[in-house]
Design a binder for this molecule. Structure first.
Ligand code: IMP
Ligand code: MG
Length: 178
């Protein structure tokens, strides 16, 4: 499987370090708040599992799923909610955890949906960001790494539902999807 990876972009150690740094910042910022961490399935599940264990505060978690690219590597511009939250978010300080911010289309749709449900606040924590691909500006309170415009997999991120279990972030060989 790792033969499909052209280059390891972010090692397991660097991921660990970053997750703990983000967790410390969030712990400091949310001390007096009512934290609800929402992960966008499936990609962000791995990151979220690690991140919440580095946040030293009482918190709740919930999950949402939005339509992804399927087998392709480019956005369709439209977002469909596939799985909605169980929790009523009113009064919560929501932290949306995303694996990667690409065009921003998915996240901007989700933010609008969540804001309409009267939470106390909505902020975003994205492990990765590809600013060169942004179509919609999204304020990101917590950002892990800026990555180049390459298709990356691992640590939750997939190509055609594979590679999510790699412990690092790697660049996929072009021949895998061409
Ligand atoms: P956006 O709506 O274009 O920002 O898309 C964000 C979603 O696209 C992410 O949550 C990922 O599921 C997927 N995505 C974007 N870029 C990549 C990538 O390089 N590797 C894997 N998934 C990606
Ligand atoms: Mg995703």
């Amino acid at each position: 499987m790792s033969g499909d990876i052209k280059q390891i972009l972010i090692s397991e150690d660097r991921l660990k370090e970053k997750v703990s740094e983000l967790g410390q910042k969030i712990t400091a910022d949310y001390a007096d708040k009512n934290l609800l961490v929402i992960s966008v399935l499936k990609g962000a599940a791995v990151f979220m599992a690690d991140l919440i264990r580095s946040i030293d505060l009482p918190l709740q978690i919930d999950f949402m799923a939005a339509s992804s690219y399927g087998k392709g590597t480019a956005t369709t511009g439209r977002v469909k909610i596939i799985k909605d939250l169980d929790i009523d978010v009113s009064g919560f300080d929501i932290l949306i955890v995303e694996d990667i911010l690409d065009s921003g289309v998915t996240l901007s749709n989700l933010i609008d949906i969540l804001r309409s449900r009267n939470p106390r606040s909505v902020s975003v924590c994205a492990l990765l960001s590809k600013p060169s691909r942004r179509q919609v500006e999204i304020p990101v309170a917590y950002e892990g790494f800026i990555v180049p415009d390459e298709f990356v997999v691992g640590y939750g991120l997939d190509y055609a539902e594979r590679y999510r279990n790699l412990p690092y972030i790697g660049i996929l060989e072009e021949q895998v999807y061409s």
